[in-house]
Design a binder for this molecule. Sequence first.
Ligand SMILES: O=C(CO)[C@@H](O)[C@H](O)COP(=O)(O)O
Length: 380
Amino acid sequence: MVKPIIAPSVLAGDFAQLGCECHRMFKCNADWVHLDVMDGHFVPNLTMGPPIISSLRKAVPRDPSQPGKFFFDCHMMVANPEQWIPEIAEAGGDQYTFHYEATEKPLEVVKLIKKHGMKAACAIKPGTSVDVLYPLAEHLDMALVMTVEPGFGGQSFMPEMMSKVEDLRAKYPHLNIQVDGGLGPKTIPDAAKAGANVIVAGTSVFKAAKPEEVIQLLRDHVSTELQSRGLLETGPGYNDVCAGLSRHVNGFRTQATVHLDVEFRVQLPELAHLGHHLWHKRLSSKPWFHSHYQNHVQLICKRQHLFNLGLGFQGTGGSHSMRMNQFNEIFGVFCGLQMERVLVPAIFGNGCNPLFWVGHHHMAVEEVLGLVNQQGSELM
Ligand SMILES: O=C(CO)[C@@H](O)[C@H](O)COP(=O)(O)O
C-alpha cells in the first residue's frame, strides 16, 4: 500500500526565506519538502548543500510527537553521491535520492545511505531506461522518474516518461514512485494515472495564489488513482494497525517496542476491540532506531500497570512509543500504551471482555518489532 505524498520543491521558493518557505508549504499541507542539491557538475546549475540543509533543519526541526513530519526529501543531483551521504544525514536529511547515472555502484550507495539512517531513493534521468532500477528496487524506499532534464525548475513535463512509471508500478505496487519536473494541475492526471504517488511540484505550488489548493488537487488525483488500484493506504500514510494483545506481540519476546503514531485519538466512549493486527506486523527495528526518535522510547513501568488497571487516559508529554513487558505476558494483563500524549493504562482481560475494550483506532507502525533493552538500544 502507498499513500499520496506531495513534496513542493523549494527550488521555486524564495531562497532568502527558505525556512519560512518550508513552513509555508507544511502549513499548506505539504507532506515533504523537496530539496534540490545541485553541484554544477552532474547538472549545469548550483543550488544548496549541507550547510543550507543544516540551517533549514534548525529552522524546521523534527517533531518527535509527529514522526515523519517535516520530512526533508533531498534530491542529490551530484557527481559523487557517496561523498555527501554523511553530511546530508548530519545536516538533517530524511531521504537521500541519488542519480543512477552518477555512480557505478548503486547498491553500495543505497547501503551507505541506510547506514547513515536515511531513506534511500534512486533517480533516473529521462534518457535512462527504467530497467536499471529493477535490480535495485527491493532495496529502495523510493524510485524517482525524472520528467524533465534535471538542473532547472519551470521546465515542461515530459509525458513520454509515464511508461516508465507504469512499468515500475506494475512491477512494484508498494514502492514509492516519485515524479519530478513540470508537475501541476494540468499534468497530474497523466502522472497519477501512470501510478506515481510521490509528486514533486515547484513552480505550480510556490507560484500559486493558493498553494494549499494546488497541493490538495495533486493529492486528490493520486488518491483517486491509488484507490482505484486498491493500493491506497488508509490513514495518513500508515498501516492500519490496532494496539493490544501484548501476549501475541510478546509471544517470543521479553520486551518489544513498537513505534506507533495515532491517526485518531482513542476515545473512551467508543467501545471497540483493542486487540488485533499487531502481531503479524514484523518490520525491522533497525531503520527506526537509526533514523530517529531513539530518545523517545519510554518504559512504562510495571507499577504503572499495577496501579492503573481499568480504562483511562493520562497525558504523557509527547511520547509516541509503546513498550510491553514480561509482566503483562505472565499475568495476562494488557500493557500500558503510550502514544501521542495519551496513555491507555493497563487493563485485565486480554481483549476478551468488552468492558475492557478501548476505542478502536488506527496507528502507524513505521517499522515494526524488534527486541530492545531498556535503554532503547537494539538486541536483535
Ligand atoms: O529537480 C528538479 C529540477 O532539476 C525539480 O525538483 C524542479 O525543481 C521541479 O520544479 P518544477 O518543474 O515543478 O517547477
